[in-house]
Design a protein around this ligand. Sequence first.
Ligand code: ADP
Ligand code: MG
Length: 212
Amino acid sequence: MSTQDFSSLNLPQAAIDNLNSLGYKAMTAIQEQSIPLAFKGHDLIAKAKTGSGKTAAFSLPILNKLNIRFFGVQALILCPTRELSAQVAKEIRRLARYQQNIKVVTLCGGQPIGPQIGSLEHGAHIVVGTPGRIKDHLRKGTLVLEGVSTVVLDEADRMLDMGFYDDIETIIQQTPSKRQTLLFSATYPEKIQQLSSDFQSNPVEITVESVH
Ligand code: ADP
Ligand code: MG
């Protein structure tokens, strides 16, 4: 059971007010355990069930270190499906509502690539998407990841089940080695360990059994 409210984090008052207006009063257990560590710059392996509030657990740390004046991709969030990518992008936009001009671009397959290229040309701070389409953009040179300081692997277990390991590897290799890598998963199969040892440095493991 979590009782910590968001004001225990070192967030601007406008961010706290926005969270409260979204109905976020107390942190969920995974948020309480992961956000302070993520703020300190640690890599994390966070295991928690669906519905436990993982999106805000990685999005608040991303928003907290974003440089809005730099119109380059600073955070990359990989998700297994188009639907999950859309949900994550929507949640980030809600969490970022107190700040002006944060650009979140969603890059997923099954959608025309032209408008995605157009959005990227206008500048994006945060990219959310599926590994296949993100790899396509890297191949075309329409997405550049050299300014990325945070990579999130959301629903990492599902991405591995879907055979995305090699794509994830190709993508992460194009990000700076000095980055923060946050891995979120509902389960913890052996392949997750492999993913972590390949792409994280000294990750802190967090496991939350219940949802709240
Ligand atoms: P997960 O990714 O772990 O499945 P989500 O990030 O999608 O979970 O969050 C599940 C739901 O809980 C969403 O509707 C989200 O808006 C809500 N939520 C997240 N954190 C909080 C919080 N601290 N207080 C209230 N609601 C929250
Ligand atoms: Mg989620």
